[in-house]
Write a protein of this length. Structure first.
Length: 438
């Protein structure tokens, strides 16, 4: 929906001066969506009002823009909803009628100048009419997103989509650089001098996390992957280990030829391929580190919810939350998340062949995940241990200070007693000396 402020209330002499439109506070948004509070008073300028609306566009999906229809002699603003098919929603909370004061609506709450009513977005794709509230279509072609900007008035737009070979090659080169950087880091932290002394800078020498990550990534690089057809190893793309045990594109012709003439096979090598014989079961996420999963999933449904899930009669391999089925922690299915939208008991045959990139991402995520990764878990453990050690140090210092103070007091008392004893000795000597004289 798009509306122009109009009439005496909706026209402004300039952009930055106090507009004197009165005072109001109202909630603004789109019907069915969240709203935000907008306020203005007599001192507010047109720019102030428009800025306050645009400051909350991310929440309200309503934006405003300033225009002049007479070459700058006066100004108005356009109120526009960023979602198709949704009307403006505005509710006054204090003061006068905010939309009326700004020339958006009249006294009867009708729009003074509606440029475009709220209508759903409509397209025809491959002869199939499609209607939705959003101007963005992201499910027509996998991996492709269309945003409709203007009506084509009956004209057909022919769209050609080609593989971005240059970008894919760039990403492959980026992976090789990242892998080699990891290898350099691992080697740096494995260095030992001829005398058996750990090299300076090898702070992570013998660290189990670093060694585990290196071992898993290096093992994955040399893995043979199961694909429907075509490439099964990085070597077939011209990517090999050099004499320093680092990755390099040894045969650029082989890689370029594969990208240009056999792109789908390259894609299958890097992406996970899956086959499910029931359209009511879908893969939501796959972060499993298992290279190949082929199993029959038995789902028991009582008509209202999933009551059990098993593989080969074992019900401990998956957990259930609503219609979501997740691989149990510690099982080979850990990281696999499925959604079942059916309402009957069934057996679903599932075949998942992990691609190199997806499997690498899953393995690295076990270490680098910002919440559950081994690195952050170990970092938090070390922080806790450092805290414990610092507390122990504080306790030792406190006890030492108390002991020192106690010793100072004891020595002071001893010194006082010695002083008293010396005085007494002096007195005795004086008395004895006096008797001798007499």
């Amino acid at each position: 929906q798009k509306v122009l402020s109009d009439g005496a209330n909706g026209t402004f002499a300039d952009i930055t001066s106090a507009a004197g439109k009165g005072s109001a506070t109202f909630e603004l948004g789109l019907v069915g969506g969240p709203t935000e509070t907008i306020s203005f008073d007599n001192s507010s300028s047109l720019k102030d009002i428009v800025d306050s609306i645009n400051a909350v566009t991310a929440t309200t999906n309503v934006s405003a823009s300033i225009i002049s229809l007479d070459g700058g002699a006066s100004y108005q603003f356009v109120l526009e909803g960023t979602e198709a098919g949704a009307d403006f929603q505005f509710v006054d909370t204090s003061g006068d009628d905010g939309f009326e004061l700004l020339g958006i609506t009249d006294a009867g709450d009708a729009y003074v100048n509606e440029l475009q009513p709220a209508t759903q977005s409509q397209i025809t794709f491959e002869g199939i009419p499609i209607t939705q509230n959003s101007n963005t279509y992201d499910s027509l072609i996998q991996g492709v997103e269309f945003t409709v900007k203007n009506e084509t008035a009956g004209n057909t737009l022919n769209i050609s989509i080609a593989n971005d070979v240059a970008l894919v090659r760039e990403q492959i080169e980026g992976f090789i650089e990242a892998y080699n950087a990891l290898r350099d880091f691992v080697i740096q932290n494995q260095q030992v001098s001829t005398a058996g002394v750990v090299a300076e800078g090898a702070e992570l020498f013998s660290d189990s996390i670093l060694e585990g990550l290196s071992r898993e990534v290096q093992g994955l690089v040399g893995t043979n992957f199961t694909t429907a057809a075509g490439f099964e190893t990085l070597r077939e793309l011209g990517i090999e280990f050099d004499t320093a045990n680092k990755l390099s594109i040894e045969d650029t012709t082989k890689l370029d030829d594969a990208l240009l003439n056999n792109f789908q096979s390259v894609r299958q090598l890097f992406e996970t391929q899956s086959s499910i014989d029931n359209s009511e079961l879908r893969i939501q996420a796959n972060k499993s580190v298992t290279e190949s999963l082929n199993f029959a999933l038995d789902i028991t449904h009582d008509g209202s919810s999933i009551t059990s899930v098993s593989v080969g009669g074992d019900t401990s391999l998956f957990t259930i939350a609503g219609n979501t089925i997740k691989g149990a922690v510690g099982s080979i299915y850990e990281g696999l998340s499925l959604a079942y939208v059916g309402n009957t008991s069934t057996t679903v045959n599932i075949d998942i062949q992990a691609g190199f990139a997806d499997l690498l991402n899953s393995k690295v995520d076990r270490y680098a995940n910002s919440v559950t990764g081994s690195i952050i878990v170990e970092s938090l453990r070390l922080e806790d241990r450092n805290g414990e050690l610092n507390q122990e140090i504080d306790d030792i210092v406190t006890r030492a200070e108390k002991y020192r103070d106690a010793e100072i007091d004891r020595l002071a008392r001893l010194e006082a007693e010695i002083s008293q004893a010396q005085i007494l000795i002096d007195q005795i000597k004086a008395i004895v000396g006096s008797d001798d004289d007499s």
